[in-house]
Design a protein around this ligand. Structure first.
Ligand code: FAD
Ligand code: FMN
Ligand code: SF4
Length: 652
């Protein structure tokens, strides 16, 4: 037990197979999108990213979703290739970098199956264990023995290359409904031969695969198996079957990694990469039962957000090792701070899933609250400014606070003005949904505390005008003043019962029983859910059809918000153009072209945010060096507010 913290179980070493782990905290597999897109070759960016992961102090780093066949088995852009012997040298470079920080190195081998990228398939059909009647025969091919043998040969060859590259562990991806995991579940495997039907038959291919990989690598590599211990949908693998499978698999594997959900299903993906809508530690109940039934170590994962939560799981004997991805991405000092007993100083992850957005479309991983993530090559450190400058920051929202913290770290003389009595900006309303207490609300508090202690002079309650700005005599102005609510010029919009989404979220205006939210983007939706949760009768009216709504966030979050909307009975009138507000309520024209009305006691206007162009132009003329960041430049979200502000503050 260390005298520096109260986390004795978390920092206790463990031996698994041939691997000595220095503590119980490992990086959950992450596909970072840093390898070359065409060939999956190792790049400096990838080396620096895994190095940064290892430097955090975790005991093991795992590269995610590494396809065994760079054509048919790939699901992400920028994933690593281990499909050619010529890849070994690059992987060895990665292993060397991870080992440098006394961490072990694992590579997750994947066959994507039904979620293989169309670009990679290049006209070929995706392999699936079973082609359901609704799956297009032109796109999906139900495999026979020949293809199964082919896949096993590919896994064997990839595992051999990993052993030759000095990797410590091969993580076989048997979770989330990919090719291997698809065999096990009755929902994705209704074959009528030896590989479908009974549990023994469904388990046959994954077990054959594991046996073959063990034969290939002997004791030179640990083998971990990642499984969805709960697929959540109907007619999926049962807990008893998961236990029975892992008992049998224990002959070949060293540890079991218990994830959840399906990647191919826009609904159940929320259990795989849980957003702020999902419960904390959502997999632990089943994980504990599974652990009690197995003789091999068990790795727990999923929305484990603090070192204390991890310690609790370990102390209760519910798992042997804790895997985290996003909590550590959000603060790469997470482990060191926890070790030093400074968990309160950890920058909280928002569970917003912005990190997975870029690898999904071809780009390196990024984080909404930690702009350094994935950019370790460009920013190996925050260099001190060559010349100390006087910087005036206008606005204390996330962008202004980010700019202040970075500019101070770089040695500048910083003054931040915020017109409200307290810092926070729109982060305050962005934190109002009851599901965000552990994420956005915690981040808001953390951000304010860090800004207050960063060394900047903070002036709250004063509105900056060009005259105020000029009087400060700064060398540089960073305009982080946010935007204005868009108020469309529809008849009746000045009705006293119309309030903004900000006023509704912050409860600065009275809200009646029946509420109509006009404009159903993410902020309108969350406001509606919160009001319904508080007991109001809420309807949303939006011009978009339901299938086009809330597409600006990942499915993992979208599906969680839709579930909440339904749970709290928020009604949605979609494809409805609002034309006026009058005695009969909101008048909207539906897809039928006819006018309809919906009456409320309060109307919430949530039509979006737009930069304050007049203010921006006036401030631009104060000095030759003025930067506009965050919503003041282009209305967006916390990710872009932080990124924008960092990008300026890191270079001025
Ligand atoms: C209701 C709502 C919910 C949202 N929910 C989310 C969410 O869940 N996730 C997400 O990523 N994004 C969300 N957003 C968007 C996100 O909050 C913004 O993109 C982000 O706050 C922008 O940060 P910013 O610092 O650029 O601007 P702001 O947060 O708007 O901060 C600007 C600050 O400047 C101050 N200011 C303005 N003019 C002056 C002046 N002249 N002098 C001094 N101070 C001034 C303002 O008072 C304010 O504090 C939400 C937005 C709204 C409106
Ligand atoms: C950017 C990113 C990439 C991920 N890539 C993979 C992957 O390649 N393979 C995998 O099995 N899981 C992947 N995951 C899921 C994580 O391993 C983990 O199971 C999930 O994020 C839940 O853990 P957390 O709540 O600690 O983030 C990824 C997660 C993130 C955030
Ligand atoms: S992008 Fe969002 S979910 Fe991902 S690590 Fe950062 S804060 Fe967490």
């Amino acid at each position: 037990m260390s005298k520096f913290n109260n986390l004795p179980h978390l920092f206790e070493p463990i031996r698994i197979g041939r691997m000595d782990l220095k503590n119980r905290l490992v990086f959950s597999p992450v596909v970072s999108g840093h390898a070359t897109i065409r060939d999956g070759e190792v790049t400096d960016n990838l080396v620096d990213f895994v190095g940064a992961q290892a430097r955090t102090g975790v005991s093991r780093v795992a590269i995610g979703a590494t396809p065994v066949d760079f054509g048919r088995a790939r699901d992400f852009f920028g994933c690593l290739s281990v499909t050619r012997d010529t890849d070994i040298a690059g992987v060895r470079r990665l292993a060397e970098e991870v080992h440098r920080y006394d961490a072990k190195f694992s590579v997750e081998l994947l066959h994507a199956g039904r979620i293989a990228q169309p670009e990679a398939l290049a006209g070929r059909r995706a392999y699936v264990p079973w082609r359901a009647p609704d799956m297009d025969p032109e796109r999906f091919m139900q495999v026979g023995e020949t293809e199964m043998d082919e896949v096993i040969t590919l896994f064997r060859a990839a595992a051999r290359r990993l052993a030759e590259a000095n990797v410590d562990e091969v993580l076989i991806h048997g979770a989330h409904g990919n090719f291997v995991s698809g065999f096990l579940s009755p929902a994705t495997n209704q074959r009528t031969d030896n590989y479908g039907g009974s549990f023994e038959n469904r388990a046959r291919f994954p077990l054959r695969l594991l046996k073959a990989v063990r034969e290939e690598v002997g004791t030179s590599l640990n083998i971990e198996y990642r499984i969805s211990q709960n697929e959540y949908a109907e007619n999926t693998i049962t807990l008893e079957e998961v236990i029975a499978f892992l008992k049998e698999a224990s002959k070949y594997i060293d540890s079991a990694h218990l994830s959840g959900g399906w990647i191919f299903d826009p609904n159940w993906i929320r259990k795989m990469m849980p957003s702020y809508c999902e419960p904390r530690c959502l997999n632990i109940e089943r994980t504990a039962i599974i652990k009690n039934n197995l003789d091999i170590p068990v790795v727990a994962v999923g929305n484990i957000t603090t070192a204390e939560a991890a310690e609790d799981i370990l102390a209760k004997g519910q798992a042997d090792v804790i895997a985290m991805a996003r909590s550590i991405l959000a603060d790469m000092e997470f482990v060191k701070k926890a070790y030093r007993g400074d968990s309160a100083g950890v920058r909280p992850c928002l569970r917003c899933i912005e990190c997975a957005a870029r690898p999904a479309i071809g780009g390196g991983v990024r984080c909404a609250v930690n702009p350094l993530v994935g950019r370790e090559t460009k920013y190996p450190a925050l260099f001190r400014a060559e010349e100390k400058k006087k910087i005036l920051i206008i606005g204390g929202g996330p962008a202004g606070m980010q700019a202040a913290q970075i500019a101070c770290k770089r040695g500048h003389d910083v003054t931040l003005y915020e017109r409200e009595p307290e810092l926070g900006g729109r982060l305050k309303e962005a934190s109002s949904l009851f599901k965000k207490d552990d994420t956005h609300k915690r981040y808001l508090d953390w951000d304010i505390a860090m800004t207050r202690s960063c060394g900047a002079r903070i002036v709250c309650g004063v509105e900056v005008t060009p005259a105020v700005a000029a009087a400060e005599q700064p060398d540089i102005i960073i305009n982080a003043s946010g935007g204005l609510h868009i108020i469309p010029q529809i008849p009746g919009i000045d009705d006293p019962n119309v309030i903004t989404v900000t006023e509704a979220d912050l409860k600065t205006k009275l809200i009646g029983t029946k509420v109509v939210v006009m404009g159903g983007g993410i902020s309108g939706l969350e406001c509606a859910i919160q009001l319904a949760y508080e007991g109001h009768d809420v309807s949303i009216v939006d011009r978009l059809p339901m299938d086009k709504l809330w597409r600006e966030v990942m499915n993992e979050l979208r599906s969680g918000l839709i579930e909440l909307k339904e749970l709290y009975n928020v009604k949605l009138i979609d494809s409805a153009e609002i034309v006026a507000l009058g005695d009969s309520g909101v008048e909207y024209r539906g897809a039928d072209g006819i006018s309809h009305f919906i009456k409320g006691d309060t109307y919430v206007s949530s039509f979006g945010i737009t930069p304050n162009r007049d203010f921006n132009l006036a401030i631009r003329d104060v000095l030759p060096e003025v930067y506009v960041v965050g919503d003041a430049r282009e209305a967006s979200n916390i990710f872009w507010a932080n990124m924008d502000a960092f990008n300026v503050a890191v270079e001025v």
